[in-house]
Write a protein that binds this ligand. Structure first.
Ligand SMILES: Nc1nc2c(c(=O)[nH]1)N[C@H]1C(S)=C(S)[C@@H](COP(=O)(O)O)O[C@H]1N2
Ligand SMILES: [Mo]
Length: 151
């Protein structure tokens, strides 16, 4: 009975994975949360690019990082990003203005896979700006992203 109940709840919990944005932002409660649905309701951007993790050209869909930062009125120079798997990386806020970096939630028309890349994945246009096709930017391409702290 308990097992069935837990099994029944699992998909709902997975659906609730959100991106928390905190730190130097405009928020009375200290943090703002975005679900995939919230993201899908904002202005959509597609980045079609090759990447170290995919074969051929992949179509990533998401929102521009700079527009998300504007929305929360981020005032800082560094984003501390963390993922479900414990990975963390620092992303300069200037990347968001220098490049069309997106917070992706779909890949080739499908929601990012649970337990792999979901809920969010920072994607740079690696093919458009050739300097992006290097380790420095790959390391900032954090998948399973759930938290951004603006510092
Ligand atoms: N969530 C998450 N994102 C991540 C990583 C990770 O371990 N977890 N590794 C990063 C690093 S250091 C690099 S170079 C690239 C490529 O990782 P890979 O070579 O293991 O595929 O993904 C980045 N994004
Ligand atoms: Mo890396």
């Amino acid at each position: 009975m308990v097992v069935l109940l837990l099994a029944g709840m699992a998909p709902a919990q997975a659906d609730e994975q959100k991106l928390m944005i905190t730190g130097k932002i405009q928020s009375e409660h200290g943090a703002i949360y975005f679900s995939r649905g919230d993201m899908a309701a904002a202005k959509q951007i597609e980045v079609v690019t090759s990447s170290p993790w995919t074969t051929g050209k992949t179509r990533f869909r998401g929102v521009l990082l700079r527009e998300l930062l504007e929305k929360v009125q981020a005032k800082g120079s560094i984003l501390k990003a963390s993922a479900v798997d414990g990975y963390t990386v620092e992303i300069p806020v200037s990347d968001a203005t220098d490049f069309d970096v997106i917070i992706a939630y779909k890949m080739d028309g499908e929601w990012l896979e649970e337990g792999v890349y979901a809920p969010f994945w920072i994607i740079y246009p690696y093919d458009t700006d050739k300097e992006l096709a290097q380790e420095k930017y790959y390391a900032r391409s954090i998948w399973q992203l759930t938290k951004l702290t603006v510092e």
